[in-house]
Design a protein around this ligand. Structure first.
Ligand code: PLP
Length: 332
């Protein structure tokens, strides 16, 4: 059998698992009594909000940095790893690099607020302030890679990143071997693609449902167009699901096309209600992107009756002002 063009296999996911074991949290899968009762199903929450960096992205970043260390030696990485994300991926790269003893440089535009820069510095990374836009920050990343030999750790579009995220799927089936379905937030597709490859590799029949924002759903629009397309990015409570998939996408477009069975889009109101529900009933405070699984069941009346369903609670990056906004939007 030819290896898939996207490079993500059950074998690459098990390799990732061996590599990152002890470096990332093995997060709990908890059965929700209230949601199980409400939807007449067995609803489980995979608590990636409990990763020490605050989101699942630690898995992919740790896998990539550790794999490159194994392959090229620590020497090759002493010039550092770099990225330009202000959000969960930037935090993950900073955290993983510090853990593995590799220098990290996170490039941020001057518009990124100081508290976000400090949070990344507190994890041991160097923050470099460049330009007045994310584009200019990316230009600095490219320069560091091309001129100083640093290594780019991309947020999703790489087999090592997607395989790292796929370790979630292995854990899901260890904890609930009879799982019927997993509902996953979809942006660049590292998370859904990795989990999909894992669960389907282990147990063919597991249904993989993707959830995107109602506007700027880059992967969904690309799948419908048959090739990667650009979308306009809009502000959302689910900000971690924003952004494009890259017109030169090499991995996750093909991967998501292969493993995703169905897909829905969720409104801001549904995300807001799901965030409030998760705090009120499950006592977990999560960001909008982490609540879209519940939002999807609620808003679209997905028929999950009698199924064992896992929702991926992907991250905790929310502040009180944003939660307040969600609460007033939810009318509670
Ligand atoms: C990045 C992210 C996602 C989406 O992951 P992709 O691999 O880009 O699809 C979902 N939730 C949170 C909290 C994230 O940080």
């Amino acid at each position: 059998m030819n290896p898939p063009s996207h490079g993500v296999t059950l074998a690459s996911i098990y390799e990732a698992r061996a590599r990152i074991q002890g470096q990332v949290a093995r997060t709990p899968l908890v059965r929700s009594l209230t949601l199980s009762e409400r939807f007449d199903a067995e609803v489980y929450l995979k608590l990636e909000n409990q990763q020490p960096s605050g989101a699942f992205k630690l898995r992919g970043a740790t896998n990539m940095i550790a794999a490159l260390m194994d392959r090229d030696g620590l020497e090759a990485l002493q010039r550092g790893v770099t990225t330009a994300s202000t959000g969960n991926h930037g935090r993950a790269v900073a955290f993983a690099a510090a853990r593995l003893g590799v220098p990290a440089v996170v490039c941020l535009s001057e518009l990124v607020p100081a508290n976000k820069a400090h949070a990344i510095e507190a994890l041991g990374a160097e923050v470099r302030r460049v330009g007045r836009s994310q584009d200019e920050a990316f230009q600095e990343v490219a320069r560091l890679v091309n001129e100083q030999g640093m290594t780019l750790v991309p947020p999703f579009d790489d087999p090592l990143i997607a395989s790292g995220q796929g370790t979630i799927g292995v854990e899901l089936l260890e904890d609930q071997p009879a799982l019927d379905r997993v509902i996953v937030g979809l942006s660049g597709g590292g998370l859904l693609g990795g989990i999909g490859a894992a669960v389907k590799g282990i147990r063919r029949g597991v249904q993989v449902t993707g959830v995107s924002l109602s506007q700027g759903a880059a992967m969904w629009e690309s799948l419908q167009a048959g090739q990667p397309v650009d979308v306009e990015e809009v502000a959302s409570l689910g900000d971690s699901l924003g952004g494009g998939i890259g017109l030169d996408n090499v991995c996750t477009f093909a991967l998501v096309r292969e493993v995703m069975d169905d897909h829905v889009q969720v409104s801001e109101g549904a995300i807001a209600r799901a965030m409030v529900d998760l705090l009120q009933h499950e006592k977990i405070l999560v960001e909008g992107a982490a609540a879209v699984g519940l939002a999807a069941i609620d808003e679209h009346g997905l028929d999950i009756r009698g199924q064992k369903v896992a929702l991926i609670v992907s991250g905790n990056g929310v502040d009180l002002a944003t939660f307040d906004r969600a609460r007033s939007l939810a009318g509670r």
